[in-house]
Design a protein around this ligand. Structure first.
Ligand SMILES: Cc1cc2nc3c(=O)[nH]c(=O)nc-3n(C[C@H](O)[C@H](O)[C@H](O)COP(=O)(O)O)c2cc1C
Length: 300
């Protein structure tokens, strides 16, 4: 069954859809565009580029269906957006480590997920999936499971025998963890256990887990690009956010955690995004170390 339908009556034969199709799924037949395959990767470029609206792809939604943000139908053409504002937004997003405790509306979290899906994905697989934790209790539940994973890991890493054995077999991962993380994790766990201080999620009231399907061509890249969209949109919407790598590590290595978080067997976790209303305002945007790119033509 053809998944891209071209209305020959509307088609003016301009051929632009043929030129931009990355799949070579469209050709010109008697001065009209014709979709010649049964399926392609449904990127929707043919539909988006057609000025007379002659292309229909049923599986693609015409809007994101956002509940808390107005959606525009106009395309921002290259060069039309305010770069100064965009760069400033990017520099103003910081990892938030102090939240007010106010709950984030579920509708807002759902919108963030939808905004995440505007990211590019390898061969347009869109093989991402998301789990939303919308209450502080949900976040604490993930926090406790993460803490439990690190309690066990710290115990193993503390064992000189185990570290030595692993090194003999060519794995110094446990030794590396012991040297670099053991003490700070032990301190954070002590504070979590004895004072209820949350140095993992920093008091966030919500969380979005971003997963990718094993079968996708680039699951990690897809999930991380969607994550960056979520981080930027969250900032624009007044939320603070922080990627929590410790929780990703724990979930990757603990099947029960993935099960509890409804992550399917054919998915991997790529990011855990803590969210909430920030309790601290920054006075200046992010400063970064300077980077000097290698210019190919200067060396060839
Ligand atoms: C993959 C990844 C994992 C991270 N994990 C954590 C984490 O577990 N806890 C935390 O507080 N920050 C975490 N961060 C946030 C970084 O520390 C932060 O991005 C970096 O210091 C730059 O600061 P900025 O995000 O405020 O610009 C993580 C960031 C990335 C990209």
């Amino acid at each position: 069954m053809k998944r891209v339908i071209i209305d020959k009556k509307k088609c003016t034969g301009c051929g632009i859809c043929v030129q931009i199709c990355p799949y070579r799924a469209i050709r010109m037949t008697e001065k009209k565009a014709e979709y010649i395959l049964d399926e392609c990767f449904l990127c929707g470029h043919c539909q988006a580029v057609c000025v007379v609206d002659a292309v229909r792809i049923e599986v693609l939604e015409s809007t994101l269906g956002l509940a808390t943000v107005r959606e525009m139908t106009e395309v921002v053409q290259p060069g039309q957006y305010d770069t100064v504002c965009l760069v400033n937004l990017m520099r103003s997003r910081r990892s938030c480590r102090k939240y007010s405790g106010t709950t984030v509306a579920l509708s807002l979290l759902e919108d963030l997920v939808k905004i995440g899906t505007t990211a590019p994905s390898g061969t347009n697989s869109q093989g991402w999936n998301f789990t939303i934790l919308s209450t502080r209790d949900d976040v604490l539940s993930l926090g406790e499971m993460t803490a439990e994973y690190f309690r066990k890991l710290n115990k193993q890493a503390k064992s000189r025998v185990l570290r030595g054995l692993m090194k003999i077999f060519g794995h110094d991962k446990l030794g590396h963890y012991f040297r670099n993380y053991h003490d700070s994790v032990a301190e954070a766990l002590k504070e979590w256990d004895e004072e209820g201080r949350d140095r993992l999620f920093h008091g966030a009231t919500a969380c979005i887990l971003v997963t990718g399907k094993h079968c996708a061509s680039c699951p990690a890249e897809d999930a991380l690009l969607a994550s960056q969209n979520i981080l930027l949109a969250a900032h624009a919407m007044g939320l603070g956010s922080c990627l929590i790598g410790f929780a990703v590590e724990a979930m990757r290595r603990t099947p029960e955690m993935r099960k509890k978080m409804m992550v399917a067997d054919d998915e991997q976790v790529y990011s855990v995004i803590a969210l909430g209303y920030p309790a601290v305002a920054y006075a200046r945007p992010a400063n970064r170390m300077s980077v000097t790119p290698r210019i190919y033509s200067e060396h060839h």
